[in-house]
Structures are given as C-alpha cells and as structure tokens.
Design a protein around this ligand. Structure first.
Ligand code: CP3
Length: 356
C-alpha cells in the first residue's frame, strides 16, 4: 500500500512533489529525552535494538515529535557482523567492540553468510511491528552498512582513527579483504531482501568509511560491493518500487561512479555543492543531503539561513529529486528544538522550488 504522505518516495523517484521531504540520519537517538527514557527502561542499546516493540517505540518518537517525511528502522549496521558470530558489545565511552575481530587467514575462511531468520529475525519482526504502528502515515526506511564499512569494524574490532589494520590487509593480502567483502555483500543482500519482504519501503546503504580509501581503492573495495548488493536486491514488493540510497561520507569525488551503480539516490555530505553535483549526474539520480550537522548548534536565524542555502543550492527541482537530510548523523548533544526549526524551514521554504 502507498503511504498517505509519499513525498519522500516520490522525491527519490524524481516525481513531482509539493515540497522537499526531510528525514535525518540517526533521527532516533540520545538527543531525544524520550529515547533515553526507553533505553533506560530496556537497560542497554543492544537490548533496545533487539526488542521489536521497543525498537518500534523509538522509531516513531522523532516522526511523532517533528512531522518528518520518513521513519527509519531503529537498529544498527553492526547487527550483521554480530549475526556472523563476532560477539558485538557496546562499551560506554568507547563505542562498539567485537570480541572476535577478523584478522587471521583462519578467521577470514571461517566467515559465512548467517541464516537471516535465525539470527536477525528480531529485525524483520521490528519492521513488521513498525509498519503496523506507522499505519502508512510515512514510508519506512530499512538500512545496512556497506560491505567495506562493516569490514572496517570487523577487522579493527571496533572504531578506528586510521584503519591501519584494514589498510594493511588491503595492501598486503587484498584476497583476504575481498573474501570478507564478498561474504558481507552476500549477507547484506539477503538482509535487505528480508527487510523488503517484511515491509521496508526504501533502503539506505551507509558507507561511512568509504571516503577513507585512496582513489582507485574506493571503486575496487567499496563501490563494487555496493553494486553487487544493488544487483541482488528484489527492488519491488507489493507492487511498489523500493528505491535505494547509497551514502558514502567523503564520497563527493566519486559522484559520477556512484550515480552509475544502480542506486536511485546518492547521499552527500556537506563538502559538496548540490548545484554542481546535480550537473555532474545530470539529474539521472536524486540527491540527498547535505546540511552540516553542526548547524544545529547555532541559533534559530542561522539554522533557517543555512537550511535555505542548501535548498537554494539544489535550486528549482524540475526533473530532479531532492531529499533534505544532514550530511551525516545528528550529533547526540543537539537540542531537539533546533530540529523542529529545521523541519519547519524545509517544509515552508522549499515549496517555491516545486512550482511548475
Ligand atoms: O538513524 C536512525 O535513527 C536509525 C538507527 C541507527 C543507529 N545506528 C542507532 C544507534 C542507524 C541507521 C545507525 C547506523 C550506524 N551505526 C552507522 C552508520 C551511520 C553513521 O553514523 O555513520 C555506524 C557507523 C554505526 C555503528 C555504531 N553504532 C557506532 C560507531 C556506535 C557508537 C557511537 C555512537 O554514536 O554512540 C553505535 C551505537 C548507536 N547506534 C547508537 C544509536 C542510537 C547510540 C547508542 C546508545 O544509545 O547508547
């Protein structure tokens, strides 16, 4: 069934809309007091993510509070390597940690695509619960990490500043890295297809660390595997197309290649000018982005001004498609009032760009 507010899906498909739709990466999270209350009740982030009813509750919180044009499944990209048996935990102040990082030839050989229903059934169940509770108000976005971004965490065993272990493997034993990336791509394809069948209406692949790669390495070790995923997706469910967004932070340099990989939309960070980006891809894909998340620390006048700058830089939408978003996830110290101002400015100011 079509959502009552299908502005987001229409913009992804470069169809006519009345205004520019908006959602925010990491829109459910610690900057919202109601999120912190639900997480405290469940005891931890992972307990929250693994409880479909609670995951549904926090998915709906920002949608109810701000009138956003899309909901995003509450989960994490690291559920996939967790399902592969690497032992995920979150250590306060340190972020994610894997008990069994993939660093030896034996560990690489032992990796396999997990059984989706057995290991990630809590995610598809969350999708079903969220679709029921959303009641078609706005579309639900599903997501995964890119094979390369997942490999960064799997090989480093957690967050990293320089990706020394991943890059050492890439330059000395590219065959090992390519085997990890291929398993990840097959796992993510099965995972996203399971999400589509459970009811997600659009998908985003988060390639948070692809921008850390050297020219040439990005195409070989990140983009190629995102293309493998897109080629393996079912793309349609219940008679509706399921558009795909790919987002590489720092990927602006490779925009043309990204636009040609089969995705419907390319997400951009704040280093890219949207007018130039549009010309480079010739409106063949829609674009998502790209406000600097730090703008939300400024006062109301500055937030409204910077939102307008992003909308103006895209310009009259015409045959293109623009989904307003931040250039990366929202910062946990953001004041929710700043988000309310952002959404209000996008919804009112952008109308002038959609007049025929
Ligand atoms: O966007 C949403 O609202 C949906 C939920 C979502 C989360 N993580 C919840 C989360 C999504 C889409 C993600 C994606 C994700 N997870 C990415 C890609 C996007 C990006 O920000 O680059 C990455 C790299 C991760 C891995 C991850 N998860 C890290 C590094 C951390 C710890 C650092 C941090 O931000 O706290 C997490 C934990 C996490 N995932 C939290 C949330 C709300 C915070 C945990 C908490 O509540 O304690």
């Amino acid at each position: 069934m079509k959502p009552i507010n299908d502005t987001f899906l229409r913009a992804l498909k470069r169809e006519q809309t009345d205004y520019t739709p908006v959602w925010l990466m990491r829109q459910a999270g610690r900057y919202l007091p109601e999120y912190n209350a639900t997480r405290a009740r469940l005891g931890s982030f992972l307990a929250l993510a693994k409880c479909p009813e609670a995951a549904c509750e926090v998915t709906l919180q920002p949608v109810d509070r701000f009138g956003l044009d899309a909901a995003i499944l509450f989960s994490d990209i690291l559920t996939v390597p967790d399902a592969m048996g690497l032992g995920l935990s979150f250590v306060a102040g340190e972020g994610p940690v894997f008990a069994k990082p993939v660093q030896s030839e034996e560990a690489v050989a032992a990796l396999d695509v997990p059984d989706m229903e057995e290991t990630l059934g809590y995610v598809t169940e969350a999708v079903r619960v969220i679709r029921r509770e959303l009641n078609n108000r706005v579309p639900l976005i599903g997501f995964s990490g890119s094979p390369f971004t997942l490999a960064c965490y799997m090989i480093e065993g957690g967050s990293s500043k320089d990706f020394a272990t991943v890059k050492k493997m890439m330059y000395t034993r590219p065959d090992l890295l390519e085997r990890i990336l291929d398993v990840n791509a097959r796992a993510v394809t099965a995972y996203l297809n399971a999400q589509i069948k459970a009811g997600t209406q659009a998908l985003q692949v988060f390639d948070t660390w692809g921008g850390a790669l050297a020219d040439g390495c990005f195409e070989r070790f990140s983009l190629r595997y995102m293309k493998q995923i897109i080629d393996g997706l079912i793309h349609e469910h219940d008679g509706q197309k399921v558009p795909v967004i790919i987002f590489t932070k720092g990927g602006g340099l490779w925009l043309e290649q990204m636009a040609a990989c089969g995705a419907d939309c390319v997400g951009l960070d704040w280093t890219v000018n949207l007018a130039k980006a549009r010309r480079r891809v010739n409106d063949a894909v829609s674009l998502q982005g790209n406000l600097d998340p730090a703008v939300l620390f400024a006062d109301e006048a500055a937030i409204r001004r910077e939102v307008r700058r992003v909308i103006d830089s895209f310009g009259p939408v015409g045959k293109g498609g623009h989904v307003f978003n931040l250039g990366h996830g929202i910062n946990q110290h953001t004041d929710p009032e700043a988000v309310r101002i952002l959404v209000d400015e996008v919804h009112t100011y952008s109308r002038r760009m959609h007049e025929l």
